[in-house]
Design a protein around this ligand. Structure first.
Ligand code: TRH
Length: 360
């Protein structure tokens, strides 16, 4: 299975922080091929143009026992338990020992809506090298670290991006006022076959046409597409597109099927209904995570929307809830406003860094 999320979150955060003139970013990544896909085919070149120095993770390991003191930032963000190599950690300690300020070490954790994240966010964890590592929990409450907004507003205000132009048919709206758009970016176990058949039925009943944007490498068979010929669904296969263009796509669809962490957050900024195909964990922990999110997300909805919406997020058939789409769209827009009011992750990280500079 191809996974882009960890690289995607870090790339997004790096891009977002690099917009600030006073911040220089160095991004180490252990899978540059994945980063290249997300970053216009060449992360090193794209990064350089944005003021982000992209380096392979192996660069640190190849330094052997030398301590790369010139590579140590004032702030070191360790994302998704990547475990910083020992020589880099040793060099971080040296910074601290020679009278200069110690680097601020932040451990960026996975996103969760579980209530314990409120208590854990920004907890220091003293390490046996005399440095403290701070746990940073992204989240959806005031007490957690928010989610990255990045350049969402600019990116989504653009006209059709070049990568999507061959697949985008604006004339549709003029001819069929009832056209809708759905994007699909799921894991391979998603029960899409039944789901799509039921969507076709819902669209037929409501007299709508639906364009389905199938993102790269989805588990949708040619046979299924054939079997839905003549239905109101039209399938449009997309290639893998740059991250900003994927954001644009989400902002223009009426319903987004998303997964993992990063596309899940983008779907929320889009302010449109979405179905979250959460990353499956062998111990079933993802089910608790999903329920914790749904408890927050559906707050304030009507009882019909809450019960149908919760079921929809667990793959109930669209013809059961399609009539609630208008209400769900309104609910999604107010959820996205709530997120904005909480403050975004990049701003909250910078506030934390500032608070630590003052207290050091
Ligand atoms: O790729 P993912 O499944 O990543 C997952 C999760 O992050 C999960 O938490 C992690 O533990 C697991 O990987 C190993 O889904 P996610 O998080 O939505 O990331 C997809 C990224 O790919 C996101 O940054 C958007 C980007 N993308 C593009 O740039 N172009 C595209 O065409 C598509 C479809 C996605």
């Amino acid at each position: 299975m191809d996974n882009y999320g960890d690289a995607g979150v870090c790339w997004r955060l790096a891009r977002s922080l690099s917009k600030r003139d006073d911040i220089r970013i160095r991004l180490f990544c252990d899978d540059l091929k994945v980063l290249d896909k997300i970053a216009h085919g060449d992360a090193i070149k794209t990064g350089a143009a944005l003021g982000i120095e992209v380096l392979p993770w192996s660069y640190l390991e190849d330094l052997g026992n030398t301590k790369p003191t010139d590579l140590i930032g004032d702030v070191v963000i360790e994302a998704f338990a990547c475990h910083i190599p020992k020589n880099y950690l040793d060099a971080m300690c040296l910074e601290g020992s020679q009278g200069s300020a110690k680097p601020l070490w932040i451990n960026l954790e996975y996103l969760t809506a579980e209530p314990w994240a409120d208590e854990m966010h920004l907890m220091p964890s003293p390490q046996n090298n005399n440095l403290s590592k701070f746990f940073y929990f992204p989240g959806f409450t005031e007490k957690t670290g928010g989610v990255t907004l990045g350049d969402w507003d600019n990116v989504t205000a653009r006209d059709v991006p070049i990568s999507l132009a061959p697949y985008w048919d604006d004339r549709l709206e003029a001819s069929y006022p009832t056209v809708r758009r759905v994007s699909i970016f799921n894991y391979s176990h998603a029960p899409l076959e039944n789901w799509l058949k039921s969507l076709a039925m819902a669209a037929h009943n409501s007299g709508e046409l639906i364009d389905i944007y199938v993102c790269a490498n989805q588990n949708i068979s040619v046979e299924l597409i054939q079997s839905l010929k003549g239905s109101p669904l039209r399938f449009i296969q997309l290639p893998f597109i740059p991250q900003e263009d994927y954001d644009w796509l989400l902002s223009r669809c009426d319903l987004n099927l998303v997964r993992g962490e990063d596309s899940f957050v983008r779907a929320q900024w889009a302010g449109q209904p979405f179905i979250w195909d959460i990353y499956p964990q062998s111990d079933g922990a993802h089910e608790i995570k999903l329920d914790a999110f749904l408890d927050l997300y559906w707050k304030g909805g009507s009882s019909a929307l809450i019960s149908q919406g919760k079921a929809a997020m667990k793959w109930s058939e669209p013809h059961q809830w399609w009539a609630l789409m208008a209400e769900w769209t309104q609910h999604s827009a107010s959820w996205s406003e709530k997120l904005r009011a909480l403050g975004h992750l990049e701003g909250k990280i910078l506030d934390f860094v500032k608070s630590q500079e003052i207290s050091r």
